[in-house]
Design a protein. Structure first.
Length: 240
């Protein structure tokens, strides 16, 4: 999503042009307002290069523009820089640098940055592994309603990583994330219902959850559905 700004008129002209898919004008006008120090313009130009909107996709150029915005404390640019360093788009993959930019954005309340930074602490990528810090950051992101963070808290509760193993809490987190449509949560919750782990065994509910996950392309969910169907088809013969 493009950033909004109270920038000079050139920013507004650029924003309207972008909305009208006049990308050449948008780039020209935002370059003018970026030259006047407008961080939203810098960020939006970075997005154009990152997404290939009206320009040839160029992750290196995107990083340069994100830096110009991020160095002015632009929250979305800080998060975007974290992603670029995390995955190595336009720069060499660097977990420590990713953590630096995620931290800046996370401290400003960016839930995605909080969640991604938590993942770094959970795995020890670019930072010293710290499960408690990971839980703290996932919790902050979850409080903002960020579904991936809610799911990850469920995983940590189920596995007892950074938290005492608590299947009841895991189920609650999974239920919340599954209701929001996250297929990984639908699958994990389906497994718990199939096994009767943390919940009463309920194959109908398990099938429903696996189906929702499979409809989104979750391969293991589809395999589990096929296994359940094969087992049901074989059941009458087994009882003879």
């Amino acid at each position: 999503m493009l950033a909004q700004s109270e920038a000079p008129m050139s920013y507004e002209i650029g924003a309207k042009a972008f909305h009208d898919t006049d990308f050449d004008t948008a780039l020209t006008e935002w370059t003018k307002s970026a030259g006047d120090g407008d961080s939203d313009s810098c960020y939006n130009i970075g997005l154009m290069y990152a997404n290939g909107s009206g320009v040839e996709r160029d992750f290196k150029a995107a990083v340069e523009w994100f830096h110009k915005a991020g160095e002015q404390d632009h929250q979305e640019a800080e998060y975007s820089l974290g992603v670029m360093y995390h995955v190595g788009f336009g720069v060499e993959e660097d977990g420590a640098e990713a953590a630096y930019w995620y931290t800046r954005a996370a401290d400003r309340g960016n839930a995605q940055a909080q969640c991604n930074l938590a993942g770094l602490y959970e795995t020890g990528a670019g930072v010293t592994r710290d499960y408690l810090k990971a839980v703290e950051l996932y919790s902050l992101a979850a409080e903002s309603g960020y579904v991936v963070a809610i799911f990850n808290l469920g995983v940590m509760c189920e596995n007892g990583t950074g938290l005492e193993r608590d299947l009841d809490r895991a189920v609650k987190f999974y239920e919340s994330a599954a209701a929001a449509g996250l297929m990984a949560a639908q699958y994990n919750l389906g497994v718990l219902y199939a096994l009767g782990s943390g919940v009463e065994m309920d194959h109908a509910r398990s099938r429903e959850l696996f189906q929702k996950a499979a409809d989104q392309g979750h391969k293991l969910a589809l395999e589990n559905l096929q296994t359940m169907e094969e087992a049901e088809q074989a059941e009458p013969a087994d009882k003879k």
